[in-house]
Design a protein around this ligand. Sequence first.
Ligand SMILES: [Zn+2]
Ligand SMILES: [Zn+2]
Length: 363
Amino acid sequence: MQATAAILRDPKGPFVIEPIEIGDLRRDEIVVRVVASGICHTDIKFRDTVPKPVVLGHEGAGIVEKIGADVTRLAVGDPVVLTFGFCGKCPSCESGAPAHCADHHALQFKGARLDGTTALSQNGAPLHGAFFQQSSFATHAVATERNAIRVAPDAPLDMLGPLGCGIQTGAGAILNSLNVAHGSKVAFFGAGAVGLSAVMAAAAAGAAQIVAVDVVPSRLELAQELGAHHVLDARDGDVADRVRDTTGGGVHYALETAAVESSFAAAIASLTQRGVCGFVASPVGRGTTPIVPFDMLINGKTLCGVVQGASVPHVFIPRLVDMIAAGRFPLERLVSWYDFADINQAVADAESGAAIKPILRMN
Ligand SMILES: [Zn+2]
Ligand SMILES: [Zn+2]
């Protein structure tokens, strides 16, 4: 079948919207007519390393248009949110941790199915796809039955794609990984889409003190509107000292989303005794991070890596959709919409920080 996709040929180059072909489906695959797709920093970060030419995009939402022979969970016409790829049969998948699938890296970043093939082509030449097993910067995406999550028929599909990655990462860090308790104290380092989703989730979970740290005043204002009780500009002096002062001795939970070494160190130092620090990305450059073993030991602190918010997507994404419908998770406050044709502007705005969560509308 024919589709239209944003193709990336050069890591520095623009996305170019062109016709492509979608080949035959595997038995467990589906085609989704994409209504909208979020842009995540991972799309931008991996432009250098994914094989090209490639179709990126991994926060798609749309309508199932075609199903493979073995698909039973979904039917044509179902509204779905696409999420990360997972195999469904390794020990992590079998024990309810699909974000730590043994094939996680290959399924998201190889630009192909696990067997190396691709469903996409252009004028007979193969085109890399299967980015997060979806490649949603297109009018139509090939996904698997596993990573397409059916949602309510009246769910706002043009807003929900980011639930499949960035938003579930932040919300899931709070509700799944850290399991933030009612009445607890939480600090957030970085107020982008992931950090602000986490602020909203902490507010919904009934955290008693929420502290947000960033360097952009408008983001701190938004954090306050979304439920942060205190906001701190990281440029105004020792962050950990100020978090401890503000909260009367430190926080039970910290979440690091800025991927900056100083922020990482401050997040751990902000914890009270037996506190837990989650982090969603490795500090830029993968350099050495100043962890102080003695502080971790004597204060019984825990460091917890968070991938995709430890989400079991078939359970967690519908739960977030319900929270949005009930007004308890105001995702619309983070979103800016763009026409698909304006993808390069949307990417530029994501990079500059002008947009917190850009979403492309495909029609
Ligand atoms: Zn697996
Ligand atoms: Zn992502």
